[in-house]
Write a protein that binds this ligand. Structure first.
Ligand code: PGA
Ligand code: ZN
Length: 426
């Protein structure tokens, strides 16, 4: 293997994400390659996420411009990275963390830093003429993740009244990741028919992540439609499991310490009972962010109650931060973690968070954001470290299928040697 690909230039520009908002795209040029990456953006963010630097100038993009972050890449980060070896990912990431000097990357912006971090990895892979997952982890064998496909959107991702943000299908019974993607697509198309026949064509408008956003109000109505579509596609509920991301901070009233869901107002104990019965009725394989992000105790309580057979995934409570994940491990708050590159801001720190999960014997889920780009980086990240799940939205819309299609390419490149993580769950 060639050991160096020296960085000769770094630049960034403002491009649009899938919601039409500006985001940062960076290019890293080495003496033998180019790498390009763009960063996603969330809507239901954790309070402790690394800072997404926005201009705040109301005259441009309603204040959402990222020219400051772009200029930080061009003028501050670029000159420091130039001359370094693009293969030294952790050295470059550590240098950028130091250059920023703040705990949440609020000086340079996590969007600026992450764009360069990811583009560096792409440039290094291209210089070595290897696929990115092989660059990230040079392994003898790879395991591809189970796709968690968000087929019904609610919460902040849709204009309907569903409080729960995401209703997911998880084709664990597939023989391969390629098969799982086909099965997910089939169920998605069946769901479209089920929703039309039950609620009319207005029910198949889609939300931010490409899932349908039917005018439903109740959690069980969404799960019933999905269950029906799984059966209609000829699968059993053991082949295609179901999950939810409640993103419950979005329906939590901090003052009243109460959650509003399905037309009811509930305290944490009542909400736990609600989840436990939904879990029993629909055999949920995964449940993400069931409580608001400060409630480690409520998380621990539901994990104790249903965690043997359900992955309780922490997203907003951990924000891909190793110290917060360690706190969760100490308090047995969950048994799984959602990992998002832009919650923390570098490839190296995301890898450290995945390794922390592995040490604890917890499931790791690599995830997109609701505002995405065509960058398929996370398909490689998930494969490189053999995480159990990847959450990349519905099997529809360009920015979502960019990830699933990249998994198809990776699976193809591995030519039958790629293992599939679904076997453990079926
Ligand atoms: P976000 O939501 O990207 O809008 O923050 C995704 C999630 O909560 O998992
Ligand atoms: Zn989430």
């Amino acid at each position: 293997m060639k050991q160096a690909a020296k960085i000769i230039d770094v630049s960034a520009r403002e491009v649009l994400d899938s919601r039409g908002n500006p985001t940062v795209e960076a290019e890293v040029l080495t003496d033998s390659s180019i790498g390009r990456a763009s960063v996603p953006s969330g809507a239901s963010k954790g309070k402790l996420e690394a800072l997404e630097l926005r201009d705040g100038d109301r005259r441009r993009f309603h204040g959402k411009g990222v020219t400051k972050a772009v200029s930080n890449v061009n003028k501050i980060i670029g000159p420091k990275v130039r001359g370094l070896n693009s293969l030294d990912q952790s050295k470059i990431d550590r240098m950028m963390i130091r250059l920023d000097g703040t705990p949440n990357k609020n000086r340079l912006g996590a969007n600026a830093i992450l764009a360069v971090s990811m583009a560096t990895a792409w440039a290094a892979a291209n210089a070595l003429h290897v696929s990115l997952y092989r660059l990230l982890e040079d392994s003898r064998g790879y395991t591809l993740p189970v796709p968690m496909m968000n087929v019904i959107n609610g919460g902040e991702h849709a204009g309907n009244e569903l409080a729960i943000q995401e209703f997911l299908i998880e084709p664990v019974g597939a023989d391969s990741c390629t098969d799982a993607i086909r099965m997910g697509s089939e169920v998605y198309q069946s769901l479209k028919e089920v929703l039309i026949s039950k609620y009319g064509r207005g029910a198949i408008n889609v939300g931010d992540e490409g899932g349908f956003a039917p005018p439903l109000k109740k959690t069980r109505d969404a799960l019933d439609a999905i269950r029906h579509s799984i059966r209609q596609s000829g699968y059993s509920e053991n082949d295609v499991r179901m999950g939810m991301d409640a993103a419950s901070s979005t329906f939590y009233d901090n003052k009243a310490r109460a959650y509003t869901l399905d037309g009811m107002r509930m305290d944490a104990n009542e909400l736990e009972d609600f989840y436990a019965s939904v879990k029993d009725e629909y055999d949920l394989l995964t449940l993400e962010d069931p409580f608001e992000e400060g409630s480690f105790r409520s998380f621990a309580s539901i994990t104790k109650r249903i965690g043997k057979t359900t992955s309780i995934i922490g997203d907003d409570i951990y924000v891909t931060s190793v110290p917060l994940i360690r706190k969760g491990i100490r308090e047995k708050a969950t048994n799984a973690v959602l990992l998002k590159l832009n919650q923390i801001g570098t490839v190296t720190e995301t890898k450290a968070a995945i390794q922390e999960c592995a040490r604890a014997g917890w499931e790791a889920v690599v995830s997109h954001r609701s505002g995405e780009t065509g960058d398929p980086f996370i398909a490689h990240l998930a494969t490189a470290y053999g995480v159990s799940f990847i959450k990349a939205g519905a099997p529809a819309r360009g920015e979502r299928v960019a990830k699933y299609n990249e998994l198809l390419r990776i699976d193809g490149e591995l030519a039958g040697r790629g293992k599939f993580a679904g076997r453990r769950f079926s």
